[in-house]
Design a protein around this ligand. Structure first.
Ligand SMILES: C[S@@+](CC[C@H](N)C(=O)[O-])C[C@H]1O[C@@H](n2cnc3c(N)ncnc32)[C@H](O)[C@@H]1O
Length: 279
């Protein structure tokens, strides 16, 4: 097993990943924040999207595991704190928990769901979007081929958790959430810069086992493989994102409150097709 290495640099994020927070507006609309609501933003990044929650009149606390991102969010005047989504210590303090493009980075989804529900007042809302089943499949396939030629098993460096509708729905239910909507959908995403920049911003754990001097060659090989598929005639790279978007409500205590923390649930049942909506 290779060490998972992913760092977040706010300047790099602003240049190569601003689309993440820009595309978060639809999730904010789903949350429909009301003035005065207490909202916890999980994985706020540099706070660009969090700022809109503040602008909607919410009382926002934001957490992120990256100290650099938290500094950038604080510079926007946000009450941002360094914390890990797997180890939340809030107790029924929030009317809503919001999270955009974070939960697929969290290796222990049960720990995150347990902490988010504990953070919510009974009836509080969880509105979240994460990478879903099949996300960036073409990119992962190319990485696997290129790393495989160097004797590296890409799956052993894969930091992402991309669940199906059925799997995540089961987890939500097990953690005491009533699911209002859950939807898996493809979202072809135009990148603001080269695929190599995307790899260096988001795919660091795959590059970590490669000696530093060889990483540019690896990125170039991945880029060459994907160019016919992911680069349009206008030269713009379009990544094959798939998103899982969830709106749920806390029912109060879950059966598993009495269980040891961080216990994983079993595998999902029925797989969901892209675009499927489950009420
Ligand atoms: C793609 S960014 C999304 C940031 C922001 N939500 C947005 O929409 O722009 C992912 C963020 O998740 C944070 N993150 C990753 N794993 C985390 C964890 N276990 N706990 C808290 N934050 C985490 C990263 O530090 C990073 O800032």
């Amino acid at each position: 097993m290779h060490r998972v290495v992913q760092t977040w640099n706010p300047e790099r994020y602003a240049t190569h990943a601003r689309f993440v927070s820009d595309l978060g507006q639809a999730l904010l609309d789903l949350l429909a924040p009301r003035p005065g609501e207490r909202v916890l933003d999980i994985g706020c990044g540099d706070g660009a999207l969090t700022e809109r929650l503040v602008g909607a009149g919410c009382r926002v606390v934001a957490i992120d595991s990256s100290a650099a991102q938290v500094r950038a969010a604080r510079a926007r005047g946000i009450d941002a704190r360094v914390a890990d989504a797997r180890d939340l210590h809030f107790d029924r303090e929030f009317d809503a928990v919001f999270s955009n493009a974070v939960l697929h980075w969290v290796a222990d989804p049960d720990a995150a769901l347990a902490g988010m529900r504990r953070a919510l007042a009974p009836g509080g809302r969880l509105v979240a979007e994460l990478g879903g089943h099949g996300c960036v499949a073409a990119v992962r396939e190319a990485l696997a081929a290129v790393l495989g030629r160097r004797g590296i098993d890409a799956e052993s460096c894969n930091p992402w958790y991309f669940p199906t509708v059925a799997e995540y729905r089961a987890r939500l239910a097990a953690h005491g959430f009533a699911v209002d909507s859950i939807r898996l959908f493809p979202r072809a995403t135009r990148l603001p810069s080269d695929l190599t920049d995307w790899l260096q911003t988001f795919a660091q754990p795959f590059l970590a086992p490669v000696p530093e001097t060889e990483r540019p060659a690896v990125c170039e090989e991945v880029r060459r493989r994907l160019e016919p598929w992911l680069r349009g005639g206008d030269g713009v790279w379009v990544a094959d994102y798939v998103r899982l978007r969830v709106a749920a409500r806390s029912l109060g205590r879950a059966a598993r409150d009495t269980e040891a923390p961080r216990r994983r649930t079993g595998p999902p049942g029925r797989a969901a097709a892209p675009g499927e909506e489950v009420q």
